[in-house]
Design a protein around this ligand. Structure first.
Ligand code: SF4
Ligand code: SF4
Length: 330
């Protein structure tokens, strides 16, 4: 991505405003400066780029735009100039990530206790399990369960820890993001990758890797599942929604016997995008509250979240958030 490419994208905007209502930060502020159109204009004029700091990078505006503006290209170029914090080196090192999360836990007691990422490799492993950086240290139980499940259904796996590069993009570090994907591509050696963090899966798919969300892999391979039947609602994480991954989550839940009660807008942003799950400014907090109310209205016993950052935000808001794997017997 070059500055010229981002500028070319910004020039495609015809100010129609079709993106406004799709944008969660506009939705809670009703302020043009917090809208995709306002942000694109700021980029075109080369000023007030700080309006990108409140963007949750959910990409809902891209789905709504009739002119095909690739907002992501503009976002990455703009955020690079305004973001003071770059977490790239932290997410690339499980040790550093654990230390950081442990420190954050003092003021954020809802964060699970960080653990060492799981190392596992079957001989002649045919499938790569990719937990994603946050899942590997905060939700290691899910990784253990995935390994056990695949063993039970006769699939040999290797766990490959690391980052998909999405966190790098939130810092505007495109080169770091590209390197993260290449590292993963090398370690996968052409084997299918099963991800436990659906937004990371979306990124890997976008980069041309053969990646599947856990539920997607189970459904596409017709693998057997057993589990608990609960009344749940499904949150469709933002990037994963671009690839329609939510339909596999629902199908896997149906196979488990769970009953899904749909919320008003399953792919409405959870409020944690970008760095908001750490920073929680007023705008992201207002978005989180909208989402919480949508979930509460369903009367479900739990919200199914396939992406760890969304899960953390739901836990922060006092909700019971589960991954599909949490409902499974492995
Ligand atoms: S990425 Fe999401 S928060 Fe950012 S401008 Fe687009 S719709 Fe709004
Ligand atoms: S929908 Fe697309 S073209 Fe219309 S204002 Fe939004 S970004 Fe610009």
């Amino acid at each position: 991505m070059t500055l010229e490419e981002a500028e070319k994208e910004a020039l495609k905007c015809v100010h129609c405003g079709f993106c406004l209502e799709s944008c969660p930060t506009y939705n809670v502020t009703r302020n043009e400066l917090f809208s995709p159109r306002g942000r694109v204009l700021a980029f075109r004029e080369g000023k007030s780029l700080e309006v990108f700091a409140s963007c949750l990078f959910c990409r809902r505006c891209e789905l709504a735009c009739p002119s095909g503006v690739n907002y992501s290209k503009i976002y990455v170029e703009a955020i690079r100039r305004v973001r003071k914090l770059d977490v790239s080196s932290v997410v690339e090192s499980p040790k550093l990530l654990s230390l950081t999360l442990r420190a954050l836990r003092r003021s954020r007691p809802y964060l699970p206790e960080p653990r060492e990422p799981l190392t596992h490799k079957d001989e002649r492993a045919e499938v790569v399990i990719f937990p994603g950086c946050v899942t590997s240290v905060l939700f290691r139980g899910l990784v253990e369960k995935a390994v056990k499940y695949f063993r039970a259904v006769g699939i040999k796996t290797e766990v490959v820890n690391g980052c998909c590069g999405l966190a790098h993009l939130h810092s505007g570090n495109e080169e770091g993001a590209r390197r993260a994907v290449e590292r993963l591509r090398e370690r996968a050696k052409g084997r299918p990758i099963v991800g436990l963090s659906s937004n990371c899966v979306a990124r890997l798919k976008e980069e041309g890797l053969e990646a599947y969300d856990f539920a997607e892999f189970v459904v596409k391979r017709g693998l057997p599942v057993k589990g608990r039947a609960e009344l749940v609602t499904v949150h469709d994480s933002c990037h994963a929604s671009h690839f329609g991954l939510g339909k596999y989550t629902r199908e896997a839940l149906r196979m488990l016997g769970a009953k899904v009660v749909e919320m008003e807008e399953p792919n409405y942003e959870c409020g944690a995008g970008g760095y908001s799950f750490i920073l929680n400014d007023d705008v992201s907090e207002a978005v989180s509250e909208v989402k919480k109310n949508m979930i509460a209205k369903t009367g479900a016993e739990a919200v199914i979240s396939t992406n760890p950052v969304c899960t953390l935000n739901f836990l922060r808001k006092g909700l019971r958030a589960l991954h599909v794997l949490d409902l499974m017997e492995a």
